[in-house]
Design a protein around this ligand. Sequence first.
Ligand code: SF4
Length: 319
Amino acid sequence: MPAEEQETLSDTLKRQVLAKLEQLGRKAWQQQWIDFLAIPQQLRSSVRQPITPLEQREYVLRYLLLRALLDQQASADGARLLAKRLYEEFSNQLLTEPWEISLIKILEVYHKVNQKVKESDGRPIFRVGLLGAIKPISIFGYRFLAFTGFIKFLEENKQLIYNLILRKAKQPRDAHRYLSTHPILEIGWVGRDPKACRMYVDWLAYLMTEVWHEPVRYTMKDTLMLVNGHVAKVFARTGLLSKVIYEKRRPYIVQAQQLRRSIEQLIQQTDLVPFYVDFGTYVLAQTYCAEKEPKCSVCPLALECKKYKKWTAYEQSAK
Ligand code: SF4
């Protein structure tokens, strides 16, 4: 795995960049969260009201669990559409007794959405990547199996995700530990420290603290960084990190998982909200910092970004 040492920004500029990313993320999240989470119409009133009945809140939390499981190795739009269509088709039965729904009917929804995504995107919802022999439908199958099994576990034990989070998880990190290592849910997560589980825990933290104002023992400051490839790329390019690790097979792609720890440590030294910094970085990468031909001249980080300064100096010396 090729590692590269690089010059970093000064501490003052690092703080400035991180604060800009947090601000960008906070604003974008507050504007987009209902659409980003793909909350179906029937559940929308439940997520907006601080006094939503417990049962309704539990539906939202279960729906978001499915949404997070489906988000892995999937196109973002495809995963959103699939979760939403499944709920629209089967309503609350999907969230209380999914094992009672005919698998054929579940797969019909999957195939319809998959076809739609293929028509608009040219690729299926699930991307198998290096797992050559596995079929996209199998990826969907085991994600759905994990969800169904976990709901059955909750129902058999008369448990609610809501209570697990409220009573047992003192911090989002505890909730992540519990959910990511749960023997049933483990079937559906990707990786040893599943990013989708971190994302789910942060969504719950947002709902609990900012929307429902529950008496939880944490704040948004305790959320977790997700650090996907886009986020790691921006941290590397701007000069927030002194050491960048690239993939062996594709040495131009930053290894997000290997950099997660150093990125988390950097945020821990600030009083910023990790989830907003992460979301802001994701938004910035989507809008400006593309893999090829980034829009540096209009990027909000252009003043500070090391990479941009390096590229500009190179262009000027080449003239
Ligand atoms: S200035 Fe360019 S390289 Fe730097 S973060 Fe912005 S888009 Fe990316």
